[in-house]
Design a protein around this ligand. Structure first.
Ligand code: F6R
Length: 605
C-alpha cells in the first residue's frame, strides 16, 4: 500500500512525479504529495484525496526543481489529512514511505526527549525527524539516512531527499518492494516498474534490507550489513508496464475483457503438445503427502476453489487458510507437506509472513504470482507466474481467472503424478481448457443480460450469493467483488447451509444470486433455490442452457452461459460474477477502479 517515487532528472520534475504517481495510484489514494529541491531548498505540496487534487494544487502553486520525491497514500497511522500526507519533512530532510514503522512510538519518545517536536500522527514523520536529528549533530546526509534506516523496525520502502543536495537521493527497502530505474544521466526509484515505465525500461530491484545511494549518474547499493553489493539490472517488458484504459470506461472493464487473451497466455506458458510442463525444478506431486495453500481475499478464493480440484482430481489432501489467520495460529506443518502461496502482487504482507513461517517447516515452498520479481516469488522454491499482465483495477478480475488456470493445471499435474487421471480423461479436460478463451468470449457476450439484472440489483441493500461444490468458493468471490466496488452488503453461503440460519434473511427485498451449472449437484441447489423462492426471495440464476430449462419460470432473472465440463465451471462462472459486480457499481455511480478504503497491494498487516 502507498506508492513512492523519486527522480533525479534533467527536466522539471513535478509533472514527471505526478505521472508516476498516477501509475501508482492503485496502491492508495487517500492523499498525494511531492517534494522537490530547487535552488538548494526543499519544498513540498500535498493534497488530500485523489491525485487530481494534487495536480490542481500544483497549477496554482507550482513546484520547481529537477530532483523530487512523490507519494500516494493509503492511510495507516493518522487520518487522511493534508498534514499527515507525505512527503514528511523535518528540517533539511524529506521522506516518502511505504510500509509501517513498528517502533515509531519508541523513536518518537526518544526524539521528543531530545527536543524535537513531531507535527503529525504518522509513523513516517519519525523517520524524517530521526535523520534531521543525526544531521543536526553534524552527520552528513547519506550517513544520517543510513543511521536512521538502521534504527527502523517494521516494513518500509523509503526515499530521502535533502536540502542543498540536488544530486542525491537515498532509498531503502525492507518488507516493501522498491525498484531503481536507470536513465541517461537520470536516476529514478519507484514502488514498481510500472511507475518507472515512461522513464526507463532498465530496472534494478532492491533486495530485502538493501539501501541505495543515488546520483544522476551513479547508484551504490549496500546490503543490510553495509557491504557494497551488485544487484542485477534487468530490462522490463514495456507492454507489461502499459497503464491505460484502452478505450474502456474503467480499468476493471478492460481487465474483465482481457480475460480470453491473458488466459491464452497463461495456458501457453504451461501447455506443450504432450501435456503440462512446469518450469524447473518442477513439482514432484507423487511425493507430496499434503498441501497447505495460503492467500488473502480473491487469491484465497482461488485457493479454496483449487482445494476442490486437488482433492477430487488428485486425491491430495489440501488445507486452505487466510494468511492473516495462518501466520499467527502457529499451525503444525507435518513432514510431507508442501506449501503453496497465491498472490497477484506477490507483496501481500500477511501472505509473505505465512510463507516465511513455512520456510523451515514445509518440504517445499511454491507460489502462484503475477509479478515475477515480487518478494513472494523470490522467496519461493518455485514461483509460477500467471501471465495476467498488470492489473490496475483494485478489484481483482483477470488475475483471479489466471490464478485458477494455473492452479487447475497444477491439480491436473498432481492427478497425473499420483496415478489418478488417465491420459484420455486428462486430454479431454485439456482440450476444453484450450477452448476456454473462446468460451470466455461467448460468456462476455452475455453482458447485456447481466447489465439489465445489475440495474435492479443496484437498488438492493443486501444480496445473497449461493453455490455448492465448486460454485461455493465462486459465490464467495462474487459476494466479495460486489461488496468491494458497489458497497452493497453481500454474503455468500454454501447452498446447503442456507437452512441452518441464513434463510432467515430472505424476503422479497433480498435478491439471491445462485451460481449453478447443471452439474452433479444441480438438483440439490435447485431445492435450495425453491426454498428461497417459497419465501418470496428473488432468484437470479447463473447457469447453462440445461440448467435454465430445468429451473422453471419462477426464477426472477437467468443468465445463461455456454456448457463446459464441470471441472472448468469456476473459470467460466467467474466472468458473470465480475460483470454483475461491475455493472451494479456503475449503476450506483461508485468509484469502480478505486473503491473507498481499499488499495491494490496490501503490504501492511
Ligand atoms: C479483491 C482483491 C483482494 C486481493 C487480496 C490479495 O478484489 O483484489 O482481495 O485478492 O488483497 O492480494 P494479492 O493477490 O496481491 O496477494
Amino acid at each position: 500500500m502507498c506508492g513512492i517515487v523519486g527522480v533525479l532528472g534533467t527536466h522539471e520534475v513535478a509533472p514527471i512525479l505526478v505521472e508516476a504517481l498516477r501509475r501508482l495510484e492503485y496502491r492508495g489514494y487517500d492523499s498525494a504529495g511531492i517534494a522537490t529541491v530547487h535552488d538548494g531548498h526543499l519544498e513540498r505540496r500535498r493534497a488530500v484525496g485523489k491525485l487530481v487534487n494534487l495536480s490542481d494544487l500544483l497549477v496554482h502553486e507550482p513546484l520547481r526543481g529537477k530532483s523530487g520525491i512523490g507519494h500516494t497514500r493509503w492511510a495507516t497511522h493518522g487520518a487522511p489529512t493534508a498534514d499527515n500526507a507525505h512527503p514528511h519533512k523535518a528540517g533539511p530532510v524529506a521522506v516518502v514511505h511505504n510500509g509501517i514503522i513498528e517502533n515509531y512510538k519508541d523513536l518518537r519518545a526518544e526524539l521528543e526527549a531530545a527536543g524535537l517536536s513531531p507535527e503529525t500522527e504518522t509513523d513516517t514523520e519519525t523517520v524524517a525527524l530521526l535523520a534531521q536529528h543525526y544531521m543536526a549533530r553534524g552527520t552528513p546526509a547519506v550517513e544520517a539516512a543510513m543511521a536512521t534506516i538502521d534504527r527502523l523496525e517494521g516494513a518500509f520502502a523509503l526515499a530521502f531527499l535533502f536540502d542543498g543536495e540536488e544530486d542525491l537521493m537515498v532509498a531503502a527497502r525492507k518488507g516493501s518492494p522498491l525498484a531503481i530505474g536507470h536513465g541517461d544521466g537520470e536516476m529514478y526509484v519507484g514502488s514498481d516498474a510500472i511507475a518507472l515505465a515512461p522513464m526507463t525500461d532498465r530496472v534494478t530491484y532492491l533486495e530485502e534490507g538493501d539501501r541505495a545511494v543515488l546520483t544522476r549518474d551513479t547508484v551504490e547499493i549496500r546490503d543490510e550489513a553495509g557491504r557494497r553489493v551488485n544487484r542485477e539490472m534487468r530490462r522490463i517488458r514495456m507492454d507489461a508496464a502499459r497503464v491505460d484504459k484502452g478505450g474502456y470506461k474503467h480499468f476493471m472493464a478492460k481487465e474483465i475483457a482481457e480475460q480470453p487473451s491473458v488466459m491464452s497466455a497463461a495456458l501457453s506458458a504451461y501447455l506443450t503438445d504432450t501435456g503440462i510442463a512446469l518450469p524447473d525444478p518442477g513439482i514432484d506431486f507423487a511425493r507430496v503427502e499434503r498441501l497447505v495453500m495460503v492467500a488473502c481475499g480473491t487469491a484465497y478464493y482461488a485457493c479454496f476453489t483449487a482445494k476442490y480440484w486437488f482433492e477430487k482430481l488428485a486425491g491430495l489432501p489440501v488445507e486452505v487458510d487466510i494468511a492473516s489467520e495462518f501466520r499467527y495460529r502457529e499451525p503444525p506443518v507435518l513432514p510431507g507437506t508442501s506449501a503453496l502461496f497465491v498472490s497477484q502482487s506477490g507483496e501481500t504482507a500477511d501472505t509473505l509472513a505465512a510463507l516465511r513461517y513455512c520456510r523451515d517447516k514445509a518440504d517445499a515452498i511454491y507460489s502462484v504470482i503475477n509479478v515475477p520479481e515480487s518478494s513472494i516469488a523470490r522467496e519461493s522454491d518455485l514461483a509460477l507466474p500467471i501471465h495476467a499482465g498488470a492489473e490496475i483495477g483494485v478489484a481483482s478480475t483477470k488475475a483471479f481467472t489466471c490464478q485458477l488456470t494455473v492452479l487447475l493445471l497444477l491439480a491436473l499435474k498432481a492427478a497425473e503424478a499420483r496415478g489418478r487421471l488417465d491420459p484420455e480423461a486428462r486430454d479431454e479436460i485439456l482440450t476444453a481448457l484450450r477452448a476456454m478463451p473462446g468460451t470466455f468470449n461467448t460468456a462476455l457476450g452475455r453482458d447485456e443480460v447481466i447489465e439489465a439484472a445489475a440495474q435492479q440489483l443496484a437498488e438492493a441493500r443486501d444480496i445473497l450469493f449461493l453455490g455448492r461444490g465448486l460454485m461455493y468458493p465462486l459465490a464467495l468471490e462474487g459476494a466479495l467483488k460486489l461488496k468491494e466496488i458497489s458497497y452493497i452488503h453481500a454474503e455468500a453461503y454454501a447452498s446447503g447451509e442456507l437452512k441452518h440460519g441464513p434463510i432467515a434473511l430472505v424476503d422479497s427485498n433480498v435478491p439471491v444470486i445462485v451460481m449453478a451449472p447443471k452439474d452433479s449437484l444441480f438438483e440439490k441447489t435447485v431445492s435450495n433455490m425453491q426454498e428461497v423462492m417459497a419465501r418470496g426471495g428473488r432468484v437470479c440464476l447463473v447457469t447453462d442452457a440445461a440448467g435454465a430449462a430445468a429451473a422453471g419460470d419462477e426464477v426472477w432473472k437467468t443468465v445463461v452461459l455456454p456448457d463446459v465440463p464441470e471441472v472448468l465451471t469456476p473459470l467460466l462462472y467467474a466472468l458473470p460474477a465480475q460483470l454483475l459486480a461491475y455493472h451494479t457499481a456503475v449503476a450506483k455511480g461508485t468509484d469502480v477502479d478505486q473503491p473507498r478504503n481499499l488499495a491494490k497491494s496490501v503490504t501492511v498487516e
